[in-house]
Ligand binder design. Structure first.
Ligand SMILES: NC(=O)c1ccc[n+]([C@@H]2O[C@H](COP(=O)([O-])OP(=O)(O)OC[C@H]3O[C@@H](n4cnc5c(N)ncnc54)[C@H](OP(=O)(O)O)[C@@H]3O)[C@@H](O)[C@H]2O)c1
Length: 252
């Protein structure tokens, strides 16, 4: 059973996970972070010891690597022979350089420091090198979520990529809409009921059934007039590409 955990990194995931596990009586032993300020702050919050160097890590049952994706390989090579898990959607389990006692715990949610999130609803994709490790991490994650899925590295990459399209890209579309209205002193609040309703509809029905708008209706005159209204060349191009893709995909 995993009772004592440590974290490498003190960014968004390390902070949210350390605080959540601490709240369900899992001891957070060390926060190892090159960033002294955020490392010490997090260690204090969860009553853990802060170290700058991985070499000083204390006795624990498991280490979470919560750095950016590109550093997982290098950091895993420096760790002692304790169960190690990373939290990256796009990084294969083989990036943890050892044969056994390794795992991936990928939450399909956007996590930010100091922002509350309902853990029980977060789908957790887990993968492990061996059955014993899998049982241990399943037991650990079941303390914070009931939504656990066994997913291999190639499936997880696809999930992560789809999540980027569905979540990060739609977020960028909100940014474009916000900026275009702000330039004319029109409040983005006017779009909020529409944004909320669209998200809710997509939770209940297949997304393609919810598509409305000029491209789906093939209102070419409206599309042309909209394009003429957009000053930012890149945003204009995005409007054009998405409209054309919708028109081609739903050719009548
Ligand atoms: N945030 C999310 O929504 C989310 C969701 C699912 C999965 N993930 C995955 O979780 C992992 C962490 O993401 P995050 O959002 O928490 O990132 P983050 O907020 O940017 O934090 C990254 C942490 O890693 C540290 N770090 C970076 N390079 C390092 C190195 N070479 N040596 C030591 N420490 C290093 C950073 O230190 P500095 O402060 O010094 O830069 C920081 O503490 C990533 O693999 C990501 O793909 C994130």
């Amino acid at each position: 059973m995993i009772k004592k955990i440590s974290f490498i990194g003190s960014g968004n995931v390390a902070s949210v996970f350390a605080e959540k596990f601490s709240s369900v009586n899992i001891d957070v032993i060390n926060i190892i972070s090159r960033n002294q300020k955020t490392g010490k702050e997090l260690a204090q919050k969860v009553n853990a010891k802060y170290y700058k160097s991985i070499r000083r890590i204390d006795d624990c049952d498991m280490i979470f690597i919560c750095t950016n994706d590109d550093n997982i390989v290098k950091i895993s090579e420096e760790l002692p022979d304790i169960l190690v898990a990373h939290t990256s959607g796009n990084t294969s389990i083989s990036s943890i350089k050892r044969k056994k006692r390794k795992a991936v715990i990928y939450p399909i949610q956007s996590l930010s420091k100091n922002e509350k999130v309902s853990f029980n609803e977060i789908p957790f994709c887990i993968e492990a090198s061996d059955l014993e490790t899998k049982a241990k991490i399943h037991e650990l994650i079941s303390k914070i979520s009931k939504n656990i899925h066994t997913i291999n590295s190639s499936e997880r990459k696809l999930i992560h990529m789809s999540a980027v399209i569905a979540s990060n890209f739609s977020n960028f579309c909100y940014i474009m809409g916000y900026e275009i209205l702000k330039e004319k002193n029109i409040s983005f609040d006017l779009l909020k009921p529409l944004i909320k309703h669209t998200a809710e509809k997509n939770l209940n029905r297949e997304p393609k059934k919810n598509l409305t708008g000029p491209a789906a209706r093939r209102d070419f005159k409206t599309i042309k007039e909209h394009l003429a209204l957009i000053d930012n060349k890149k945003y204009k191009r995005i409007y054009e590409i998405i409209s054309k893709t919708i028109i081609d995909k739903y050719e009548k």
